[in-house]
Design a binder for this molecule. Structure first.
Ligand code: GLU
Length: 320
């Protein structure tokens, strides 16, 4: 997975060169704190820092703690949204979850006044609703379908971290409250506890930032994993997934992110971040200290700089 160390005789690829520079620049940044509201996350080392890039033609670049495993948390929401679209189609998914950005926090207990839908699939309520849409014959079958979906994006099997799953399961009272509220309005079905377990399990999937970059690159590549050639999701759903990421992927920073970085992205409370450069590459970053909105401090800095240096903003222009 990792590129070979470069010897003096070799020239460093421009992408690797920029990653090395950016890594050195931000590794000493000591702002933010890792999430503590899920007890297992509080144990993460704030020094962990990795950046990976996977291009749509299968080149891989990485620097730092690229192999360090952590739980995927909210980044899973993008991919479960994709599976819900695959299972039910756009219209049905839209009838249960909106696509409106919200200025509220990711765990707000709030539904759209008129429709009673959660605002979008990237906030917890919306993600619980998309998770509840995952088809399958009972809890094990649904979990296995979800794990198989993640495997298509990542290119290998990954497992659920049992400690984080149990930690979330025993402390996730807000998520439980949202699920029951949504059941009241018919937004999710009767399998409330089963779907909540599935939600906590998806958040507890173990990945490293090389995996994240591959997952992002798969979305950049119309749903086809550039390393394995496997179609992870039908290409017709990728546009919907990326649109929601673009508008809602970075918590309450999504607007400013779209304005400054200009790329579909999703972050999670463990400090992971994926960024999709459509048709070109995927970026995965991991650094646990979070800012007050819940985004990885180093992750945001790295992306602002990568977008600027490579002119990656979707609306980039000659004289921007
Ligand atoms: N498992 C976390 C929760 O439900 C995910 C939150 C996040 O990463 O934004 O609270």
């Amino acid at each position: 997975m990792m590129i070979e160390p470069v010897t003096a005789a070799q020239t460093v690829h421009p992408i690797q060169d920029v990653l090395n520079q950016i890594y050195e620049k931000y590794r000493s940044l000591r702002l933010g704190v890792p999430a503590t509201y899920i007890p297992e996350l509080a144990k993460m080392n704030p020094e962990w820092f990795g950046i990976c890039v996977v291009t749509v033609d299968g080149q891989q670049f990485s620097v730092g703690d690229a192999q360090q495993l952590f739980t995927i948390q909210s980044i899973s929401k993008v991919f479960v949204h994709g599976l819900a679209l695959e299972d039910h189609g756009r219209e049905h998914v839209l009838s249960k979850v909106g696509v409106e950005p919200t200025g509220d926090s990711f765990n707000a207990i709030v539904l759209d006044e008129q429709s009673k839908r959660p605002y979008n699939p990237m906030v917890n309520a919306g993600a619980i609703a998309t998770t509840s849409l995952i088809k399958g014959n009972g809890a094990t079958d649904r979990l296995n379908r979800m794990l198989a979906m993640f495997e298509r994006y990542i290119g290998h099997e990954s497992h659920i971290d049992m400690s984080t799953f149990m930690s979330e399961r025993t402390t996730g009272f807000r998520n439980r409250a949202m699920a029951y509220l949504m059941r009241n309005f018919g937004m999710i079905d009767d399998r409330i506890d089963e779907s909540l377990d599935l939600y906590f399990q998806q958040c507890s999937l173990m990945v490293n930032c090389a995996d994240l970059a591959t997952m992002a690159a798969t979305l950049s590549n119309h749903g086809k994993n550039p390393l394995t050639g496997v179609q992870a999701v039908p290409s017709r759903h990728v546009r919907d997934m990326l649109s929601v990421m673009f508008m809602c992927g970075m918590y309450n920073y999504s607007g400013e992110w779209a304005y400054k970085v200009g790329l579909p992205a999703k972050s999670g409370v463990s400090g992971g971040l994926i960024v999709v450069v459509p048709g070109r590459l995927g970026i995965g970053i991991f650094s646990p200290p979070l800012d007050e909105r819940g985004n990885s401090v180093r992750g945001v800095k790295v992306c602002e700089e990568l977008s600027e240096r490579f002119g990656l903003h979707l609306f980039e222009c000659e004289d921007c």
